[in-house]
Design a protein around this ligand. Structure first.
Ligand code: BTN
Length: 256
């Protein structure tokens, strides 16, 4: 790892314009999961906006109980702690997807609910967890962005990619972190005051809208056209019968 590639809190915070996200940043060489580390800080309200970053995770977690692998230093692996955030989980999930896509680059797109794609392959994943602390609910937003991977194992190479692969350049993870925390703060404010703006941007970036898709919901398959997204209820699928059915992100995966 070259000196320029070192992730240090001061380097990210230098000229960072945010008031909430990233005011406190903790960087670890190795943790089990940045989400689990961030959750340990959730009892203190002053830790709202805390960011935990790690160069390596020994037990990185993905959605639906999957594991999330990344070689040391190849990704931006971070978790953002939100304490007493009033947004519901569905809207929060879409908001973070929009912010992550914007931070990566203007060609990034979203595959519902919150996979971020470059040229049709997954470049980033988001895992939203929550924890009850005293009278508050804390959200832990885990974001993994593939940055410097040059290749992926055969089983993943047709579905996963990295920013470096797709752009042909080496992404500066400090710049990426600043963009991510800035975009997160910006889109969170929009979600609180003008949620329709988030949905509009999510729709603009979405690769599923209007597409024929297959969903797995609680182990059962459904096929139809992706007709829209509801911030509370989730993805709206028009079934072949013509009926509209809502699928919450937490219990649904989009099939291949
Ligand atoms: C997905 O399955 O798409 C979500 C992947 C989320 C991975 C990130 S990496 C940082 C944070 N810590 C974790 O253990 N998971 C999230």
């Amino acid at each position: 790892m070259t000196a320029d590639n070192r992730i240090e809190p001061e380097r990210i915070q230098h000229n960072l314009k945010t008031k909430r996200i990233g005011k406190k940043i903790l960087v670890f060489d190795s943790v089990s999961s940045t989400n689990d580390t961030a959750a340990e800080y959730a009892n203190a309200p002053e830790n709202d906006g805390l960011v935990v970053i790690a160069e390596q995770q020994t037990a990185g977690k993905g959605r639906a109980g999957n594991k999330w692998f990344s070689e040391k230093g190849e990704s931006l692996l971070c978790s953002i702690l939100l304490i007493n955030e009033k947004l519901n989980a569905e809207l929060l999930s879409l908001t973070i997807a929009v912010a992550t896509a914007e931070a990566i680059n203007e060609t990034a797109r979203i595959k519902w609910p919150n996979d971020v794609m470059l040229n049709g392959k997954k470049v980033a994943g988001i895992l939203l967890e929550s924890k009850q602390v005293k009278n508050n609910k804390a959200y832990i937003i885990g974001i993994g962005i593939n940055c410097h991977q040059k290749e992926f194992p055969k089983a993943l190479s047709s579905i996963a990619t990295s920013i470096d692969i797709e752009t042909g350049k080496i992404i500066d993870r400090i710049t990426l972190s600043k963009r991510l925390f800035g975009a997160t703060e910006h889109w969170l404010k929009n979600a609180q005051t003008k949620p329709a703006k988030v949905i509009e941007e999510w729709k603009r970036l979405s690769i599923l809208l209007g597409q024929r898709i297959k969903l797995i919901h609680n182990g059962k398959g459904f096929t139809g056209n992706c007709a829209g997204i509801d911030p509370e209820a989730g993805l709206i699928l028009q079934l072949d019968s013509g009926a509209m059915k809502f699928f919450p992100a937490s219990q649904t995966t989009v099939g291949k």
